[in-house]
Write a protein that binds this ligand. Structure first.
Ligand code: AMP
Length: 414
């Protein structure tokens, strides 16, 4: 029996990754221009990290965590998201009092029911601004998000944004929401009855019609957050509303327990059921929750598989590609050295060597299929005379015989 990959954990082949590379290059350019630097944290953490940060009552920790006991009987897990690890790392290095502008990328793991746009191993690229209180950092991060969209050619998107107030406002709202819903608990969808007990804010996220009907008369977040917070949200939306579709959405609470202040999510109608491809917000309490000193924090994470679906850009300039064909009987060490010398002479060209035996015709067919602009052909006679054939595949198929020295010169100046 052939061994299969795990469900929801797809392989990514070169043809799949073409768009990923464009995406990564564009993002790197943007992060550099914001002086935001990369951090890499391990894929495996203590389960406790996510129980304390994301929250024991969240789906991510309750149902979706890949956690297991290691050989030392310690509960460890594959990370389901990036923020908690970044904050853990900064606390561990005792740098809570510094300012950090960081980005990270890599696979995340959640035991969800796989479907289009939802995987058990998926990838995120995220940004964390640490040490900056509510204010300009919200503006800067939304501006960064807009730059990302612009540079990727993404046009169909809506930014949904909300303000969750501070921790006390969130607490008071929660209590009031529970008092409102508890007497009518029978009318809530079964799933939401459970949520009301474990994580009441998640009820607002519900997609169930009966629940949404009940929520129409429920207490509203807006009535619990301060005038200052409301004004901040309004000003933020006003600053960007001419450049993009940005809407206040009071039902936006985001799945994780740790958010306070601004939260946002970006959706696209081009994505189908799993329409959110970017989520973020402020989580000033997370450092404390993880045993660190006070540290302001705000960030966002992009779901790479989903944003790739929306990408509307191509490589601006494709590098030239040259096929290297050994057409003789013998595979001589000398030919390997010529290929190596060519690569050293001009690193901007892709030299595609055809390493297996085969007829000249089949090699040429392959070179065309691989989109080579030129081919170098070395047969037995050429090898004997230190020569090579240079053939143009783009235009009318001109070819010339060159000495190895001439070949290197031509390749260098291509
Ligand atoms: P979250 O960490 O839940 O705020 O998710 C941030 C982004 O990651 C979402 O907007 C999605 O684009 C992406 N994402 C979350 N879970 C998955 C998943 N299971 N499969 C693919 N992408 C995901």
């Amino acid at each position: 029996m052939k061994i299969q990959s795990l469900r929801g954990m797809p392989d990514l082949f070169p043809e799949d990754l073409e768009k990923w590379h464009i995406f990564e290059l564009k993002l790197l350019e943007i992060f550099n221009s914001f002086n935001t630097n990369e951090i890499r944290t391990p894929l495996v953490e203590f389960t406790e990290l996510f129980a304390r940060s994301v929250g024991n009552s969240s789906d991510i920790v309750n149902k979706e965590l890949y956690s297991f006991l290691d050989r030392n009987e310690e509960s460890i897990c594959l990370r389901p998201e990036g923020s908690a690890s970044v904050i853990r790392a900064v606390i561990q290095k005792k740098q809570e009092q510094d300012k950090h502008k960081l980005w990270y990328q890599g696979p995340m793991f959640r035991y969800e029911r796989p479907q289009k746009g939802r995987y058990r191993q998926f990838h995120q690229i995220g940004v964390e601004y640490l040490g900056f209180e509510e204010g300009t950092s919200e503006y800067e991060l939304i501006a960064m998000v807009l730059q990302i969209h612009q540079s990727l050619g993404i046009q169909d998107y809506t930014i949904k944004i909300n303000h969750l107030g501070d921790a006390q406002a969130k607490e008071k709202f929660c209590t009031s929401l529970v008092s409102f819903l508890e007497p009518q608990i029978e009318e809530l969808h079964e799933k939401d009855q459970a949520r009301l007990k474990s994580n009441p804010l998640r009820v607002l996220d519900s997609k169930e019609k009966s629940t949404q009907e009940l929520l129409k008369n429920a207490p509203k977040f807006q009535d619990f957050i301060s005038e200052k917070s409301k004004r901040f949200l309004k000003d933020l939306v006003n600053a960007f509303k001419d450049q993009c579709n940005i809407q206040i959405d009071q039902s936006l609470v985001r799945g994780l327990d740790y958010y306070t202040g601004i939260v946002f999510e970006i959706v696209s109608t081009e994505l189908g059921a799993q329409d959110a491809f970017l989520g973020g917000g402020r989580y000033d309490n997370l450092s404390n929750q993880l045993g660190g000193k006070d540290m302001h924090a705000i960030g966002f994470a992009i779901g790479v598989e989903r944003i790739i679906e929306l990408l509307n850009v191509k490589h601006t300039s494709q590098p030239l590609k040259v096929g290297f064909i050994i057409a003789g009987e013998q595979i001589d060490k000398k030919t390997y050295k010529i290929a190596n010398d060519l690569r050293s002479a001009n690193k901007s060209i892709i030299l595609d060597t055809f390493l297996s035996e085969g007829s000249l015709k089949s090699h040429l067919r392959r070179a065309n299929k691989n989109n080579c602009n030129f081919v170098i052909i070395i047969g037995d006679d050429e090898l004997k005379n230190n020569q090579a054939i240079w053939k143009d595949l783009c235009e009318d198929g001109d070819q010339e015989l060159l000495s190895f020295k001439e070949l290197i010169d031509k390749y260098t100046n291509l």
